[in-house]
Design a binder for this molecule. Structure first.
Ligand code: HEC
Length: 129
């Protein structure tokens, strides 16, 4: 009985294969980690007035950003915001200020100050993480 068992062919994995497999696995894990860090890092928005941002958002920006009108990134939808934020918070501020395609400059409210725009964008981002 024991003789029969030992006569079974054993499947051994060669060392080079193990090495390649290991390197591939580590690469995939590292890639996933980098992707996770780049796209999921919660931005530091502690210096902004989120409460004020929310109240202006509810009067102005909500018109398009609550349901993605004209292709606007939906507030509360992480997938909509992550790739945009990956270009930096300042880039979001800039585009909210200047406008971007169907997004009117300052959401169409030209009286809004730079600080107010930043507070609103910070609120929108905070809700989408
Ligand atoms: C008339 C509809 C509309 C209103 C009102 C509006 N947005 Fe937008 N917004 C859009 C659209 C559409 C996009 C997507 C533009 C694109 O990527 O082509 C967008 C994109 C953005 C982005 C992402 C920019 C980027 O770099 O990807 C920010 C930030 C933003 N809006 C902020 C605001 C703020 C703040 C307000 C209110 C002051 C506002 N929006 C009001 C339509 C609107």
């Amino acid at each position: 009985m024991s003789e029969q068992l030992s006569a079974q062919p054993t499947h051994t994995i060669s060392k080079p294969h193990l090495l390649i497999g290991g390197i591939t696995l580590v690469s995939i894990l590292m890639g996933g980690l980098v992707y996770f860090i780049v796209f999921n890092q919660k931005p530091d928005i502690s210096r902004f007035d989120i409460v004020k941002g929310e109240s202006i958002y509810n009067n102005v920006c909500i018109a398009c950003h609550v349901d993605g009108r004209f292709g606007a990134p939906k507030v509360g939808n992480h997938k909509d915001w992550a790739p945009r934020l990956a270009k930096g918070l300042d880039n979001l501020f800039h585009n909210a200020w200047q406008g971007l395609n169907a997004m009117p400059p300052k959401g169409g409210q030209t009286q809004l100050s730079e600080d107010e725009i930043k507070d609103i964008v910070a609120f929108m981002v905070s809700k989408s993480w």
